[in-house]
Write a protein that binds this ligand. Structure first.
Ligand SMILES: [Zn+2]
Length: 363
């Protein structure tokens, strides 16, 4: 069973905006939320620490995320920011939460700040004699950079453990984003320059193609896409959220990795939540993985970025998936498609682990 690296989980956002307790099993969270509005608002829960352990999901990029007020969904959606000050406060709360989880519940959650943390964490997960329940390793990732008031702040974010930054969700003052097309702004260029000096990983997810292509040209640090699918398989989608083959090739030329999102609307472009999920299966995830591998000629640059509980739940994922534990069901399907055991280990975890080994500070 390969070790799985999930490149996108909105853990802190769910804990703070919806009060979810991810030490609980998925079934317990569902029971607790059965008579609340949460499943309708954010989907029926897919994440729980016991399911991470069952599914061998050892590591995740754990996001800092909040919604700009202009994208507020409804009155219940109060976890929103009006300006950079408010974004800063919400995102700092989330990073503080990850730091608290690491300090207070190290048996459950562990912050991965450097290469030696990563090595130790992986040794524990790989050690067959290790029978205790193992913690989930968290690498903090900022989704949407409005929370960075000025590039001078990067030193503090870095010191607190932030290791990866995506400039956009919707557009930000740094970059065109999903639903808000546009290039990098002048502030965006300045932020990228400052980020590379520290060694932050740049997440191109949600960036408009114009901005992503500019960033591919000018960012001097390492880059990746935590959760984004290939546009080539979504020909009717009107979203600028998906990756063109040109951007995919650009990421791979920079030895980056792309996390495929198992969200039905990003797998089949005419899928509607009202139709149910019977039509969408794991084979649609395999098609996305295979597209990247065929396009670039290897299995060294693709992974999984589930985005589970990131605004959708079990209603909106392929029909064979009931929780994060079920990502492992992709293993035999990839083997049938001709992927070797090494390829499968790479796709599930080693590609992202390689990126981290090469980019995290040594200490
Ligand atoms: Zn996202």
């Amino acid at each position: 069973m390969p070790i799985i690296f999930d490149a996108h989980e909105d853990i802190a956002y769910n804990m703070l905006a919806f009060g979810r307790d991810y030490t609980q099993a998925v079934a317990q969270t569902r029971q607790k939320e059965a008579k609340t509005d949460i499943p309708r608002q954010n989907g029926t829960c897919l994440l729980g620490l016991p399911e991470h352990r069952q599914g061998n999901v050892a590591l995740a990029f754990a996001t800092l995320f909040a919604v700009p007020i202009r994208h507020q969904i409804a009155a219940w959606d109060t976890y929103v920011y009006r300006d950079a000050e408010e974004a800063h406060r919400l995102y700092r709360d989330q990073l503080d939460l990850y730091r608290r989880l690491d300090e207070e519940t190290p048996a459950d959650f562990r912050l991965i700040r450097n290469a030696s943390d990563l090595r130790l964490h992986l040794t524990n997960w790989q050690d067959a004699a290790e029978t205790r329940p193992l913690p989930l390793g968290l690498i903090p990732l900022m989704e949407g950079a409005d929370a960075i008031r000025t590039p001078d702040e990067l030193e503090e974010w870095w010191a607190l453990g932030l290791r990866a930054i995506g400039l956009a969700w919707a557009g930000t003052r740094y970059s065109g984003g999903t639903g808000d097309p546009g290039p990098l702004t002048r502030e965006g260029h300045a932020l990228l320059e400052a980020m590379s000096a520290f060694g932050f990983l740049l997440d191109l997810s949600h960036m408009d193609e114009a901005a992503a292509l500019e960033a591919l040209d000018c960012y001097e640090g390492r880059l990746f896409a935590s959760h984004a699918n290939a546009k080539a398989l979504l020909p009717h989608s009107r979203s600028n959220r998906h990756l063109s083959n040109r951007v995919i090739r650009g990421i791979v030329e920079r030895d980056g990795v792309i996390g495929i999102v198992p969200f039905n609307a990003f797998l089949v472009d005419d899928w509607q939540p009202s139709e149910g999920r019977a039509r969408i299966g794991l084979s649609h995830i395999v098609a996305q993985i295979d597209h990247i591998c065929q396009l670039v000629g290897d299995a060294a640059h693709v992974g999984i970025g589930s985005d589970f509980d990131g605004g959708f739940g079990v209603e909106s994922v392929p029909s064979e998936i009931d929780s994060i534990a079920d990502l492992r069901k992709l293993v035999p399907l990839l083997a049938e498609r001709g992927y070797t055991a090494d390829d499968i280990n790479a796709i599930f975890g080693k590609n992202f682990i390689r990126l981290l080994e090469e980019s995290l500070p040594t200490l």
